[in-house]
Design a protein around this ligand. Structure first.
Ligand code: FES
Length: 109
């Protein structure tokens, strides 16, 4: 392990994102100062960073239509069910590792 790995490990931790619910919806949440998208399908929770991977625009303030959010800066479009970039761009949303504990969803960043 080098120094950078050690520093990263010191700063990353599990974040309590939301309660486990029935699912199907896409939630836009602010958690510990970061905007995120949380979604569940077939009991599998996924949590994505709401920062556009192009230049970091906060997509948490953008309108979500169905399962799609579009970045207002350059028009990259993302499917919030899987984080895929579906228009213009070359990078998907960053997905965080998740776990369920005591009926809460936790994400790691
Ligand atoms: S910053 Fe989002 S598409 Fe450029």
């Amino acid at each position: 392990m080098n120094c950078n790995e050690s520093e990263d490990a010191d700063h990353e931790k599990w974040h309590d994102v939301c309660a486990v619910s029935g699912g199907g919806d896409i939630q836009v949440l602010e958690c510990d100062g970061r905007f995120i998208f949380a979604t569940v399908e077939n009991s599998k929770w996924r949590v994505f960073d709401a920062r556009c991977p192009h230049h970091g625009t906060n997509l948490g303030f953008c309108e979500v239509r169905g399962a799609v959010v579009e970045c207002p800066l350059h028009g990259w479009r993302f499917d919030l069910r899987d984080g895929r970039c579906t228009r213009f761009g070359t990078q998907d949303l960053t997905e965080f590792k998740t776990r369920i504990d005591a009926s809460r969803v936790f994400a790691w960043w």
